[in-house]
Design a protein around this ligand. Structure first.
Ligand SMILES: C[S@@+](CC[C@H](N)C(=O)[O-])C[C@H]1O[C@@H](n2cnc3c(N)ncnc32)[C@H](O)[C@@H]1O
Length: 196
């Protein structure tokens, strides 16, 4: 990263933490993807994987819907539970069935998790298999990945990806959205898969 790009990224990070800036991938995630799922009458139960200080507003899109929808969350780090939805589980997505037994989700959103802790191909496969098991047929799996990150694992190469098919999502009508980032990661990609 050249020094100007680095300095710009530092300034934008600070502005983001102070609530003065929202990165472009966050805008797409919150105002297009989550807003679309919240509007969709066939989506009542959503699972959001991995929470942080910058995800705290996300549940409001669902809890504020009429009628209110469920925005469940899961993250293995106990110190981020305060940022979770309701219900929130402390655990890994691979062990979803242990934490939410018998819950059938209409959509699962897992952005910034593959390559950000979930970095091992067999574990990515377990995670996708757990999502497939918990989703209803036709339910959405929205993956957010940084394909240029060295720790990235391609979910399309995972055997469990056979349980899903790419499908056009929302107003853009695409099964994939690439968002350029002003940060070191350079690009964030959303993949829209539907459970077969
Ligand atoms: C970069 S943050 C992404 C937060 C959020 N998902 C988002 O909108 O980008 C990565 C989060 O994923 C969590 N995480 C890492 N491995 C995980 C796993 N196997 N299951 C669930 N969450 C995991 C981390 O604890 C961390 O809070």
């Amino acid at each position: 990263m050249n020094p100007f790009a680095w300095a710009r990224a530092e300034i934008l990070h600070t502005a983001w933490k102070r609530g003065l800036y929202q990165p472009p991938d966050r805008r797409v995630l919150e105002h297009e993807i989550l807003a679309e799922l919240a509007r969709d009458a066939t989506v009542e139960r959503v699972l959001f994987v991995g929470v942080q200080w910058y995800t705290t507003r996300y549940p409001t899109h669902f809890t504020g819907a009429s009628p209110p929808k469920t925005f469940a969350t899961i993250d293995p780090a106990p110190n981020v539970a305060q940022f979770g939805g309701k219900p929130h589980a402390v655990g890994q997505i691979q062990d979803l069935a242990q934490h939410f037994p018998d819950v059938v989700f209409d959509a699962i959103v897992m952005s910034g998790v593959i390559g950000f802790g979930l970095n091992d191909p067999p574990e990515v496969d377990r995670a996708l298999a757990a999502c497939a098991k918990a989703l209803r047929s036709g339910g959405w799996l929205v993956l957010g990945v940084n394909e240029l990150k060295p720790t990235h694992v391609d979910p399309k190469k995972s055997p469990a990806s056979k349980d899903f098919e790419p499908r056009a999502f929302g107003k853009r009508g695409q099964d994939r959205i690439d968002v350029a980032l002003p940060f070191r990661e350079r690009r964030h990609t959303f993949l829209f898969w539907q459970k077969r």
